[in-house]
Design a protein around this ligand. Structure first.
Ligand SMILES: NC(=O)c1ccc[n+]([C@@H]2O[C@H](COP(=O)([O-])OP(=O)(O)OC[C@H]3O[C@@H](n4cnc5c(N)ncnc54)[C@H](O)[C@@H]3O)[C@@H](O)[C@H]2O)c1
Length: 539
């Protein structure tokens, strides 16, 4: 009992220390990173000490001033003036007006402007990638990778701008044509999460634009500088092409602005990326007004390793999926199911691989593993480790906060939990991997599917029959179903998204563009008669 209360008070003290270190008195403002010579490149992205967080053709913002902090050292970077509700109102009106012009631009011309956005991003890829590292906390190559994704999806969208179209269907009536016509929905609201502060906007923005929509973006408040820097690049392209900047409006803000977007009938499609908890509230608000939403919510992704798997693929895959981005990808592996015959060997090899992971400043080119994004995330990590232990888990690697500035925690492996322990069924957005033992294909496929989320999943096997059972109706129920590769690291060419509590949305490649358009079924009579369908005579 005494031991327990000691542990609890230690936990409370740690919480207090963590919370205290995020609060920055005004005196710290003079030491903003943007003013230090090694971060001078921030100014090349058009950033200043205090930035305006609203863009609708002109820059502004009358809301709260938010200073974002670097997760690797707790230092304040620069500030962004968020949007007030008045700014929101003004911006949405301008975005709706801008749409009227944009919808009349032929799709291939829209594609040409999106191509220029891709080129402008290419030129800034290093600086923008560095900003992602500095403000979000992911390692530099992943920061650059995010901008690359936006570039890639721009290229994809350029091609698509000459290809979107509907079929001409056979009509049962003589002298009639039956066609499907696709039109833009109008204004696409885009709310994004902190963990992909460039790519997720890019997936939505490039496709929505070539479809003929205007966009209104609200990023996460903790990555506001990234939202401003991206919008500066996009805005310049729009302005150079003499089309209204409000086609790509930005409205930095928190839950108040997000809620306003969800409730607003003028937002024709609301694309929301974030947690299942907030996504559900947003979906209900949109549904209440019979609006359209596209939901990209939480995951609880599993890797299943069969006895015939190539362990040379398994170990680096599990490492990348669980430890990459410090476990802060929606597709991060949270559950690792190992066949009982290889369980101990894989755990031992994986723990050795974890010990090799180079922890450091995310912008240092040798670093593989950086900090968590916020202090709250560190607390969630600690809570989850504590709960895992209470539910019977054994921490075989990590489990602790690292004693250094910033939000660093140890990448963590937990064994011995039952597959249905409540903590295993919870998405903790941190690098904790639950390793679970299984005996049969049937049970492990069922366990893969038993969580509420349905985003990503992978199996490792050489058995062809098993691979096709995994892809088939009784296999994985996720939106992303992989074989012999990790759960994370999707390509833009495919449709991305997940089922069940992941929300059912699809973004990026394949035919995801259809979600950004409305379909009309059109029947045109070019004869002099009026035959009715189904042979009905009305005379
Ligand atoms: N499926 C995917 O494609 C995908 C991709 C990235 C992240 N995610 C998920 O996002 C989560 C992590 O991101 P997070 O912590 O930023 O998520 P979050 O739900 O806390 O926030 C997401 C966004 O919603 C906004 N928001 C908060 N309250 C709101 C409200 N009441 N109304 C409208 N908007 C509101 C936030 O400001 C932010 O912009 C994880 O669950 C992760 O799995 C999913």
């Amino acid at each position: 009992m005494l031991q327990l209360s000691f542990a609890l008070s230690r936990h409370v003290l740690l919480r207090k220390r963590l919370l205290a270190s995020c609060k920055r008195p005004a005196a710290f403002m003079s030491t903003l990173l943007i003013n230090q010579p090694q971060y001078a490149w921030l100014k090349d992205l058009g950033l200043k000490e205090e930035n305006e967080g609203v863009y609708n053709g002109i820059w502004g913002g009358r809301g709260e001033l938010v200073t974002t902090c670097c997760p690797a050292n707790d230092e304040p970077i620069a500030s962004v003036r968020q949007a007030s509700l008045e700014d929101y109102e003004e911006t949405i009106k301008k975005a709706k007006e801008a749409w009227k012009i944009w919808a009349d631009v032929p799709a291939p011309k829209r594609g040409e402007i999106v191509r220029q956005i891709g080129d402008a991003l290419r030129k800034k890829i290093k600086d923008l990638g560095s900003l992602v590292s500095l403000e979000m906390g992911k390692i530099f190559v992943e920061g650059v990778g995010e901008v690359q994704e936006y570039v890639d999806v721009c290229d994809y969208a350029v091609g698509l701008s000459r290809m979107i179209g509907g079929p001409v269907l056979p009509s049962e009536r003589p002298g009639h044509a039956l066609i499907e016509q696709w039109n833009p929905v109008g204004l696409v609201g885009i709310i994004t999460a902190f963990n992909f502060p460039v790519a997720v906007y890019g997936w939505n923005n490039a496709i929505a634009m070539i479809c003929g929509n205007a966009c209104l973006w609200k990023g996460a408040p903790t990555t506001s500088l990234i939202s401003v820097a991206v919008t500066k690049i996009v805005a310049k392209v729009l302005e150079d092409n003499k089309v209204p900047g409000a086609i790509c409006s930005l409205i930095c803000g928190g839950a108040d602005i997000g809620t306003a977007m969800a409730r607003d009938e003028r937002v024709d499609l609301l694309s929301f990326t974030g947690s299942t908890k907030v996504g559900k509230q947003v979906a209900l608000m949109v549904q209440e007004r019979f609006g359209r939403s596209l939901l990209e919510l939480g995951g609880n992704n599993a890797i299943v390793v069969f006895e015939d798997a190539d362990l040379n693929l398994v170990i680096p895959s599990a490492l990348f999926a669980a430890v990459g981005t410090a476990g802060q990808r929606c597709t991060s592996a949270r559950r690792l199911f190992l066949h009982e015959s290889i369980h101990d060997e894989v755990v031992e090899k994986l723990a050795k691989a974890y010990a090799q992971v180079r922890i450091g400043d995310p912008w240092d080119s040798t670093t593989l593993y950086g900090p968590l994004h916020t202090k709250q995330a560190v607390m969630m990590f600690l809570d989850a480790v504590e709960q895992a232990e209470q539910q019977g888990g054994s921490v075989v690697y990590g489990g602790k906060v690292l004693n250094r500035p910033g939000n660093y925690v140890e990448p963590t492996i937990v064994t011995d939990l039952p597959h249905n322990a409540s903590i295993v069924h919870t998405e903790t957005f941190a690098p904790i991997l639950y390793v679970l033992k299984f005996k049969t294909e049937e049970e492990v496929f069922a366990w893969n599917n038993e969580v509420k989320q349905g985003l990503s999943s992978s199996i490792f096997t050489k058995d062809l029959g098993r691979i096709f059972r995994w892809l088939g109706p009784k296999g994985s129920d996720c939106g992303v179903v992989n074989v012999n590769i990790p759960t994370s690291g999707a390509e833009i060419g495919g449709a991305f998204g997940g089922e069940k509590h992941t929300g059912g949305g699809r973004e990026s490649g394949s035919d995801s563009w259809k979600l950004y358009m409305r379909r009309s079924t059109c029947t045109i009579n070019y004869s002099k008669d009026l035959p009715l369908a189904q042979g009905i005579k009305f005379q």
